[in-house]
Each structure stands twice: as structure tokens, then as C-alpha cells.
Design a protein around this ligand. Structure first.
Ligand SMILES: Cc1cc2nc3c(=O)[nH]c(=O)nc-3n(C[C@H](O)[C@H](O)[C@H](O)COP(=O)(O)OP(=O)(O)OC[C@H]3O[C@@H](n4cnc5c(N)ncnc54)[C@H](O)[C@@H]3O)c2cc1C
Length: 392
């Protein structure tokens, strides 16, 4: 892998998206955060300018660029320091849409993917329920086969874009055990209601919903992929959200470190800038190393994903666990460097701290990442043992 994966085309995208953030997002950050607002208008503008579709095929309105273009978007958005809105935008683009692209029929792609990339429809992914998050096989929302339609009953919890979404890629139970399916659920279906979840620690400018499905009639044509294969799809098709989380973690660590360095130049204690204290300078050095390590593993995961697709899940899980854990530690240290002012809203580091806390939970918790990694690691030894036995 080269040290700089970005082409001149990526850099042009970076420049134009940075301008977009400066004009449309950064001036509104304080207001949206304080008032807990997630603006639908931002989705429309993002779509209109083609920023949702950078890594999607041209036939659905995308730009047909590679995953590095999504990295550019994520890195620039992170600099706006508005984790909530960023999460809503990612939960639209990199949670449900790659699944629609991978599994959808041509008709489904035209009906859902293309308008979502244009920013005309807002998308969400509905898996988590009040009683089941990591344990995806434990979901209880059912889709009963009624001949010409499915009848959906149940509820979902913590769904990003849940109250704004026009459609949801919805995980439903269609049989016993791990027999699940995915549906493309239109939120104008009678029997569907959504409440805003407002009492969050952070991510204030994201829309989080609790969803209810009461005898919702869903046409058979809404089935995404094969019936009863939902669990398998969920386990194998959700790598892009983890990649974006890794890149965002790495970018957040670098951004917070920059803030801390700037603060250390301006703040004085004991008659000199705090940047003169060696103990703080070493903290900066350590955080710079950690930020670089995060970027390295995140970029390596992106490169492997481009080459192997979902089969790159081991390095993707490693990057997700490492970047999300370490970026939290870095942001925490940066807040410490800001002293009492870090605890106030004035410098934006308090917001970074609140928002980054979710990273080790969303898109699969760190513990679940370690479960995936340890299984692969232990299987390697098992196969090695079998090989040795066969040789003997
Ligand atoms: C703001 C926000 C936005 C979200 N957006 C979405 C969304 O858009 N769509 C969606 O479907 N979900 C969404 N989620 C849900 C999120 O993905 C889940 O919260 C997450 O997967 C964890 O599930 P849980 O909360 O049920 O925790 P649990 O699964 O109950 O886990 C509790 C603790 O136990 C640990 N644990 C669980 N199983 C194991 C195990 N086998 N081994 C070791 N430890 C284990 C976990 O790591 C965790 O520390 C969102 C959550 C939040 C808070």
C-alpha cells in the first residue's frame, strides 16, 4: 500500500467538500447542537452536490469513485466537529445503502438507492431493538408471511434517522432461531410510528428514533435479497459502516490533538505557555503517535476492503476496535489539556468528548469486534493443529 492513496481527483473532491462544510455546516454547528436539530435540508444539499454518491456507481447517480473518496468525505466532515450530524449522514449513506446496492433488484435500486444518493429520500438501518443489540439473532420484530404481503409487528430502538427516514432497511424475524430477513420498509406504511430519543449523552445533532410497527402491511416486493438470509447478510454486509467509523476515529484523534496543540500555545500557567511543560509536550507526542497508528490501520483496512470486499472483515474489525478505543483516549487527554475550559462548551472539545464516546458502541461494540477477531485467530491455530496431525 502506498503512503498516499489519494489521487488528484480525490484532492479536488476534498477541496470542494471542505468548501461545502465551511459554507453549509460549520456556521450552523452551535445552533444545531444546542437545539438538537438534524436538518433535512443538509441531506438535500449533500445529495444535490453529489457528496453522498462519491463511492457509488454512476448508473444510480454516484460518481463511481473508490472507497478513498468516502475517506475524504469522512475526514473533512470530522473537522467540522459535529459528530451528531456526521453520524446521521453516515447512517444514511454507509449503513443501509451499500446493502441496497449489494442485494437490491434493479427496481429497488431505482426506487430507493438513486433518490437517496440525490438526497431526496432519507434512509435508515433498523436492526437494534430494546431487548437485542449485539445479539442480532435475538430480535423479536416479526414479518409474518400472509400470502401476498408480510405483516410486520414489533419495535426498534436507537435508530439513527429513525424519525426522518423515508425508508428503512429493516431486520425482521421470518422464522425460528437465526432466521431473519431484510425488508425495504416505507415509513409512510400505515401502522408505523416513530418517537425521537432526546436524552442522549452526545450526538445531539443526530436524529435518533424509537420505532413501532403495528400490523404494517409490507408488499412481497420489499424483500431485500433472499428470504431467511438476513442474519447472514447482516454479518457479512456491514463492513462499510465499520470502515467509516475507523476513519472517523482516526480523524477525530488527529483533530483533537491539533486543538490541544493550539490551546497549549495560547494558555499560560506559572508565567509561561503550558506548551513549554515537557509533560504536556510528551502527551502531544504520544497522541500524535496514536493518531498515526489509527490512520495506518484504518487506511490498511480501506485498502484491503477495496481489494477483497466483505472478506476483509478481520482487518476491518481490528481497525474499528483500535481506532474507536484509541480515539476516545486521545480526545479524553485533549480535554484534560484544556483544563476547566475543556469542560465548558467554549472550545468544542467537550462536544468532541461527548460524541466520541459512542464510537466504541455503534456499528458493533469493541467487545463484538474482539469476538470476531478472536474467533479467526483461534481458528487459525485449530487449522494449524489439523495440518500437523495430517502430516504425522
Ligand atoms: C446514538 C445511537 C445510534 C444508534 N444507531 C443505530 C442504527 O442506526 N441502527 C441500529 O440498528 N442500531 C443503532 N444503534 C444501536 C447500537 O448498534 C447498539 O447500541 C449496539 O450494537 C450495542 O447493542 P446494545 O445497546 O443492545 O448493547 P448490548 O448488546 O446489550 O451490550 C451490552 C454490553 O455487553 C457487551 N456484550 C454483548 N454481547 C457480548 C458478547 N458476546 N461478548 C462480550 N461482550 C458482549 C457489549 O459489548 C456491551 O458492552 C445506535 C445506538 C446509539 C446509542
Amino acid at each position: 500500500m502506498t503512503t498516499n492513496p489519494f489521487t488528484p481527483e480525490h484532492e479536488l473532491l476534498r477541496q470542494s467538500f471542505r468548501q461545502f462544510c465551511e459554507a453549509e455546516i460549520i456556521p450552523n454547528v452551535k445552533y444545531w447542537e444546542e437545539n438538537k436539530i438534524c436538518e433535512r435540508e443538509v441531506f438535500r444539499k449533500m445529495g444535490e452536490q453529489g457528496f453522498f454518491g462519491v463511492s457509488f456507481p454512476e448508473e444510480y447517480g454516484g460518481s463511481g469513485m473508490d472507497m478513498w473518496s468516502a475517506v475524504v468525505i469522512s475526514e473533512e466532515l470530522t473537522k467540522a466537529n459535529i459528530g451528531g450530524l456526521s453520524m446521521s449522514l453516515y447512517a444514511h449513506t454507509y449503513l443501509p445503502l451499500p446493502v441496497v446496492l449489494a442485494l437490491g433488484t434493479e427496481e429497488q435500486k431505482q426506487k430507493y438507492l438513486a433518490p437517496a444518493l440525490r438526497g431526496e429520500k432519507v434512509a435508515a438501518l433498523g436492526i437494534t431493538e430494546p431487548g437485542a443489540g449485539s445479539d442480532v439473532g435475538g430480535i423479536k420484530t416479526t414479518a409474518e408471511d400472509k400470502g401476498d404481503h408480510y405483516l410486520v409487528n414489533g419495535s426498534k430502538m436507537f435508530i439513527t434517522n429513525g424519525t426522518m427516514a423515508d425508508f428503512i432497511v429493516l431486520a425482521v424475524r421470518t422464522g425460528e432461531g437465526h432466521t431473519l430477513s431484510l425488508l425495504l420498509f416505507d415509513t409512510n406504511t400505515p401502522g408505523f410510528t416513530a418517537n425521537s430519543v432526546h436524552n442522549k449523552l452526545g450526538m445531539h445533532s443526530s436524529d435518533t428514533g424509537q420505532l413501532f410497527f403495528e400490523n404494517c402491511k409490507v408488499p412481497k416486493s420489499a424483500l431485500l435479497g433472499e428470504k431467511d438470509f438476513g442474519f447472514y447478510y447482516i454479518m457479512s454486509n456491514f463492513q462499510e459502516e465499520r470502515l467509516i467509523a475507523s476513519v472517523t476515529g482516526a480523524a477525530s484523534a488527529a483533530h483533537a490533538t491539533l486543538k490541544a496543540k493550539r490551546y497549549m500555545q495560547e494558555r499560560e500557567a506559572f508565567g509561561r505557555p503550558i506548551g513549554k511543560f515537557q509533560v504536556l509536550r510528551h502527551k502531544i507526542a504520544k497522541m500524535a503517535v496514536t493518531s498515526e497508528a489509527c490512520k495506518s490501520i484504518a487506511y490498511r483496512a480501506v485498502a484491503e476492503y477495496i481489494e477483497l470486499g466483505p472478506a476483509a472483515y478481520k482487518i476491518v474489525s481490528m481497525a474499528k476496535a483500535f481506532c474507536c478505543e484509541e480515539s476516545f483516549n486521545v480526545v479524553n487527554e485533549c480535554l484534560q489539556i484544556h483544563g476547566g475550559w475543556g469542560y465548558m462548551e467554549d472550545y468544542g472539545i467537550a462536544r468532541s468528548f461527548r460524541d466520541i464516546r459512542l464510537m466504541t458502541m455503534g456499528a458493533g461494540t469493541t467487545e463484538i469486534m474482539y469476538e470476531i477477531i478472536s474467533k479467526i485467530e483461534m481458528d487459525e491455530v485449530k487449522h494449524e493443529k489439523q495440518f500437523v496431525k495430517a502430516r504425522v
